[in-house]
Ligand binder design. Structure first.
Ligand code: NAP
Length: 290
């Protein structure tokens, strides 16, 4: 399907993408670049990339598919670094967890090439990051949200959809703004809450003793608190407006419930828990509610 993938950012997401497209026979050759030469070298040793590029610009030279898999805060600098070697036949995508900031960076930098850029967010990942965790199976069966803009070329969008589907993904399209609002609710807030809870417990004098008593509920609730700090710093800052909106709604629910606890209003508290419990019991990943 593609001759050459130019991969910028040979970490967990980029490395997994390269392994997956190679395994599926969708790309013949992968040229990769990462900020640290040691990461790029490791990616070649692991068979993730075939050729190490000395710069982002040279990674895209001769590619017909480009994947930008860097922290979202590095998107604009990456677009600037590659723009002079973008050709009309290239399909350019990213995998950033936020979309409006990446789309705005692309609008500022890519100019006439904006139509070749199909913003993407695969709903796949791990708590661990780095090239050593790259996994050819990471994307299989996962959702991928594409957030095309007015200028996105129809042919490039179709190629992107075909590629992700050929990797075993379910593709959905959304506006970047709707993406960021939704993921603030179901991804960014849960991560913020998990970080805040761990922080609150470990800041107490007896915090370590409390942690030692945590059971399966605590384990499940806090699993995502072990996620990569730099990546999550970037995501929360990039989507701050939507995160703050969701945090206000959460605060309202929390304060309501706390008040009911304080006032021993058992019945009203139970009704709120019942509503939450029913919603969670009927929730299925990737399925729209009734
Ligand atoms: P990662 O494992 O840390 O990989 C990021 C890679 O980007 C690293 O190899 C890093 O190089 C490289 N890099 C950083 N700045 C760069 C720059 N300016 N130019 C070139 N390369 C640069 O992180 P990841 O989990 O793959 O995340 C990558 C993207 O995927 C992020 O935008 C994130 O929001 C998105 N995402 C992540 C997940 C997840 O669960 N992890 C899920 C969905 C989307 P060094 O190794 O040299 O530092």
């Amino acid at each position: 399907m593609f001759e050459q993938l130019g991969l910028i950012g040979c970490g967990l997401m980029g490395g997994s993408f390269a392994l997956a497209v190679k395994k599926a026979g969708l790309v013949k050759r992968v040229v990769g670049y990462s900020k640290s030469p040691s990461t790029t070298e490791r990616a070649r040793q692991m068979g993730i990339i075939d050729v190490e590029a000395p710069s982002a610009l040279l990674a895209v030279s001769g590619a017909d598919l480009v994947l930008v898999a860097v922290p979202v805060s590095a998107s604009e600098a990456t677009f600037k670094a590659i723009r002079h070697l973008i050709t009309p036949n290239m399909l350019i995508m990213d995998v950033g967890s936020t979309k409006l900031d990446v789309v705005e960076a692309a609008r500022r930098v890519l100019g006439a090439h904006l139509g070749s850029f199909v913003p993407a967010h695969p709903i796949a990942g791990k708590e661990v990051s780095g090239v050593e965790h790259a996994d050819a199976e990471l994307y299989i069966g996962k959702q991928v949200i594409l957030t095309p803009v007015e200028k996105t070329q129809v042919g490039k969008l179709k190629k992107a959809i075909d590629l992700w589907e050929a990797m075993g993904c379910h593709v959905q399209q959304m506006a970047p703004e709707s993406h960021d609002a939704a993921f603030a609710a179901v991804s960014h807030m849960p991560h913020l809450l998990a970080f805040a809870l761990m922080h609150a417990i470990t800041s107490q004098p007896l915090g370590k003793d409390f942690l030692a008593l945590g059971g399966p509920g605590f384990r499940d609730f806090t699993r995502i608190a072990a996620s990569d700090p730099k990546m999550w710093r970037d995501v929360l800052v990039a989507n701050k407006h939507e995160v703050v909106e969701q945090a206000k709604m959460f605060q309202r629910s929390l304060l309501n419930m706390l008040q009911l606890v304080e006032d021993s209003q058992g019945e009203k508290l139970e009704a709120m828990i019942e509503q939450a419990s029913q919603s969670r019991a009927h929730w299925r990943m990737g399925q729209k509610g009734k």
